[in-house]
Ligand binder design. Structure first.
Ligand code: PEP
Length: 253
């Protein structure tokens, strides 16, 4: 899987039991039809059991959108730990999505705890990073992303999965140029190698307004190992088309 393209969906706070069933059935089918792509969906926590049951036996991985910053069972009302998600068979967790950074003030101090708990529970964390439009326009995009990645130095890693999601591209229909994506993904690779050592296995996904139409072009960019897909993962046809786009032969580098 660390050689494959990844297509992960993020349903955010969307879904209802009845509709989920049909959508997950179609997404599982697309995952099965494209076994060379690692495909998964991060569902709202309340629907993880339903999603796991529906995707059972298929190639679709089920993930969650966050984990608690607390590791151990105890008096943490409303929280769900990484160990609990791993216990029921969840495969991966998004960590530090920009909406969590924005609405829940998640910073590196909190995120490093979440990453640590995922590692301990053997739940694959996908760390989300990205700059705001103001930061990009001020020429700070790389510095902001470097600061967000700095917490990797506090843990020991054999595998690192990052989603680069410029905040200004999420849900807006605005996409960086392919040159901007290539530059940032190359930069993220270099940062990871210097923080984690040359032997680390890396996947860097691009996220932000990926859809059925633009996926092929984005996925062909150097150092783009896959996509993190929000809105388009709520539609079986779009998500299937993005998985298909990820099957295209890798460009020569
Ligand atoms: C996201 O929220 O992770 C995301 C990429 O959203 P969208 O694809 O809708 O821009």
């Amino acid at each position: 899987m660390w050689q494959q393209k990844w297509v992960l969906g993020n349903w955010k706070m969307n879904g209802r039991q009845y509709a989920n069933q049909a959508l997950l059935t179609e997404l599982s089918q697309s995952a099965n039809e494209n076994p060379h792509v690692y495909s998964g969906i991060a569902v709202p926590a309340v629907y993880t059991a339903q999603a796991l049951a529906c995707a059972a036996g298929s190639a679709l991985a089920i993930g969650v959108q966050d984990v608690s910053r607390f590791a151990d069972d105890g008096a943490f009302t409303g929280e769900i730990s990484a160990a609990m998600f791993a216990d029921i068979g969840v495969a991966f967790a998004l960590i530090g999505h920009s909406e969590r950074r924005q609405y829940f003030q998640e910073d590196n101090a909190v995120l490093v705890q979440k990453l640590r708990h995922c590692q301990a529970a053997q739940l694959l964390p996908v760390l989300c990073v990205g700059e705001t439009l103001d930061q990009r326009e001020a020429g700070q995009a790389e510095a902001v992303v470097a600061a967000q990645l700095a917490l990797l130095a506090d843990l020991s890693w054999q595998h690192v999965a990052i989603a680069y999601e410029p905040v200004w591209a999420i849900g807006t229909g605005k996409i960086p140029t392919t040159a901007q994506i290539a530059q940032m993904h190359g930069f993220i690779y270099r940062q990871i190698l210097s923080l984690c050592g040359e032997d680390v296995k890396i996947r860097v996904l691009y996220g932000g307004s990926v859809n059925a139409t633009n996926a092929a072009e984005i996925l062909a960019v150097d150092h783009v190992d896959g996509a993190l897909v929000g809105g388009a993962s709520l539609h079986a046809d779009s998500f299937a088309a993005i998985i298909q786009a990820a099957c295209a032969p890798l460009p020569k580098s």
